[in-house]
Write a protein that binds this ligand. Structure first.
Ligand code: GLA
Length: 391
């Protein structure tokens, strides 16, 4: 892949000089959805597919980017010393946002650079193609300009780019998983303290199967931001009634039972119920996994889906159909929607001997009921974003 991209780079930008290659993965979250901005826990892993980038410094202050994924208008350029948000930023908003946030933190590029990008994460599938691009840009900036930043700082700055430049008020789940991912392991992260530990995923006779509904997510950002506001509103109501918390993720089951009566608005109550229960489910699920109780882990994945569907209301008919088909398929340990929701992907834990059958059965049922053609990927768990070499 890299050789091909290097050749393409020379074709687009001209040969010569030192070129560096980078890779930044996508991510899948096994459990712990919509908990990150609620100060709760998540349990994602980095995937072995993602976004590649080839970069080389220029003699002026321009950043020129060519994306192999974009058919119309694959070229974008902007001055690195004067990044301004523009109406027509389009796909380059992520890259520009990262350059801007770095500069705002004092990490200013002393020259421009050329960059070729190629990604294999389906867009809008909820596997974080955007955070993958943000971390790709971060590792490129760090390497080209020798910025003394560590991965956690880059994770935070990438999230800031998404929040302040792109305008999506996401939590830290995606950027953390993509920056800090480790081959063969999932990351158990407390999004409040950023304390994390790697949990080796020893699923000897099992596959993690990602099912893409190919239902493109519409209006995701606004609905996402709305969910986030509801949770913040719930915290305010609870605090007005004498509860002292910053995040819903601070509540345990018993305390929530005691105070939930203050949430008289039924919508706020449902949103808070999900945020609290999903966080506790995630903590419990990781404990079960550590104890080797894979079926128990799977049950909690299923419960997570029900909560996202009924209490948080971020699922959609396509996701529900695919998850229900999975639940009825032999050898399935657990299945749920993954990511922000409103379309995108499901994640299922399936006994390997049933993988082919699963893909066929779930695929057929999904197709019959939705008239959409799904895609399935058997997920490999890869490392986080980084440099692959100089050429
Ligand atoms: C999106 C956001 C994440 C997280 C998930 C839901 O992927 O970018 O921060 O909130 O949704 O868990």
């Amino acid at each position: 892949m890299i050789k091909k991209l290097l050749r393409e780079f020379d074709k687009q930008f001209g040969a010569g000089g030192v070129k560096s290659a980078f890779f930044s993965p996508g991510r899948v979250n096994l459990i712990g959805e919509h908990t990150d901005y609620n100060g709760g826990h998540v349990f994602p892993c980095a995937l072995d597919f993602g976004t590649w980038g080839i970069a080389r410094k220029r003699n002026d202050m321009l950043c020129r980017i060519f994306s192999r994924n974009i058919k119309n208008f694959p070229w974008k350029e902007f001055p690195v010393d004067h990044v301004e948000k523009r109406e027509n930023d389009g796909w380059v908003a992520y890259e520009k946002g990262v350059v801007k946030v770095f500069a705002d933190h004092g990490y200013r590029c002393d020259s421009g650079f050329d960059m070729l990008m190629y990604g294999t994460i389906p867009n809008g599938a909820g596997l974080s193609s955007s955070a993958s691009v943000e971390l790709l840009m971060s590792v490129i900036l760090k390497d080209l300009f020798r910025f003394p930043v560590d991965m956690i700082q880059m994770v935070k700055m990438s999230q800031m780019a998404e929040n302040s430049y792109v305008g999506m008020q996401c939590g830290i789940l995606d950027q953390f998983a993509i920056g800090m991912g480790k081959k063969g392991a999932a990351i158990f992260l407390d999004c409040n303290t950023l304390h994390y530990e790697y949990a080796p995923l020893v699923l000897e006779d099992m596959d993690i199967i990602i099912g893409n509904t190919n239902k493109k997510r519409g209006l995701v950002d606004s609905k996402y931001n709305e969910r986030r506001e509801s949770c913040e509103a719930a915290v305010r109501v609870l605090n007005d009634n004498g509860v002292h918390i910053r995040y819903l993720g601070e509540l345990d089951e018993k305390t929530f039972e005691e105070v939930k009566g203050f949430l008289r608005d039924p919508v706020l109550l449902k949103r808070a119920t999900h945020a609290v229960s999903e966080n506790l489910r995630t903590i419990r699920a990781v404990q079960l996994l550590k104890n080797g109780d894979i079926p128990g882990f799977g049950q909690l994945m299923n419960a997570s889906h029900v909560s996202l569907r009924d209490d948080y209301e971020v699922s959609c008919p396509e996701l529900d159909i695919m998850v229900e088909a999975a639940w009825n398929s032999p050898g399935v340990i657990g299945s749920r929607m993954t990511g922000g929701g409103f379309g995108g992907c499901t994640v299922s834990l399936v006994q390997r001997k049933e993988t082919e059958n699963f893909i066929r059965r779930v695929g057929e049922e999904y197709r019959r009921k939705t008239k959409l053609k799904p895609d399935f990927y058997v997920a490999g768990i890869g490392d986080g974003a980084g440099k692959t070499g100089d050429y």
